[in-house]
Design a protein around this ligand. Structure first.
Ligand code: DHB
Ligand code: MG
Length: 210
């Protein structure tokens, strides 16, 4: 399902593009390998959100090979830091290589393994937490945000429309159920205010009450 009219989407993609050689390399690799990066539209939004809250410390649950981290590190330049997580050793190595070549060396820590086990060992407060883990685990990410996010900080989740599968009330697969459950939790949360944004595959942006 197209969430946004394809011509509008191409237009938004064009105007969001950032001219950077490492970013372009990541986009080309993602396209060639069909790896689901958030793309420039979401990247720009992440950067603006991080700058808007004056983020100095960010956490990613599910970093892939570092595409979204690129935008978040850009937003926290010159001295902000990012804790990044991914379950794949091969992706983590590529992530380090890309982000170092992009000039972010020394400002990120790459944690390899289960995002929730890693988060258990981290201490807050963070200014922004990006959730892009396996979708069946989405509800657990809200617990991490409750423990590690500062008041006024942002909890952002990717894929909150899950290619439109959230509309199928009969969908019983664990990924869709995880996204639907996080949606319900966010709507009922008294400690977060959430906007659902139909960019790319849907993004939720939740601000923690002060
Ligand atoms: C897909 C997209 C994502 O952004 C993600 O985090 C996981 C999977 C996908 O298109 O399958
Ligand atoms: Mg995603």
């Amino acid at each position: 399902m197209d969430l946004v009219h394809p011509e509008i989407d191409r237009h938004l993609g064009r105007i969001a593009r950032l001219d950077d050689p490492v970013l372009a390399e990541m986009e080309a690799i993602a396209s060639a390998e069909h790896f689901p990066i958030v793309g420039p539209q979401v990247g720009r939004l992440l950067e603006v959100l991080a700058r808007a809250v004056g983020a100095r410390r960010v956490l990613e649950l599910g970093s892939g090979f570092g595409y979204s981290a690129f935008w978040l590190l850009r937003a926290t330049s010159p001295s902000g830091t990012a804790d990044l997580t991914d379950g794949s050793n091969e992706r983590a190595l590529r992530c380090r290589d890309y982000l170092e070549r992009a000039g972010f060396g020394g400002r990120f820590e790459l944690h390899e393994g289960d995002a929730f086990e890693i988060a258990d060992r981290l201490t807050g407060p963070y200014d922004l937490i990006l959730n892009d883990v396996d979708k069946h685990d989405y509800p657990r990410a809200l617990d991490v945000a409750r423990r590690l996010l500062r008041p006024g900080g942002l909890f952002v989740s990717d894929n909150m429309l899950w290619k439109g599968k959230v509309l199928d009330s009969d969908a019983g697969d664990p990924a869709t159920l995880g996204v639907v459950e996080l949606t319900r939790l966010l709507r009922e949360a008294r400690d977060f205010e959430t906007a659902f944004v139909p960019v790319r595959d849907g993004l939720s942006v939740s601000v923690r009450s002060g």
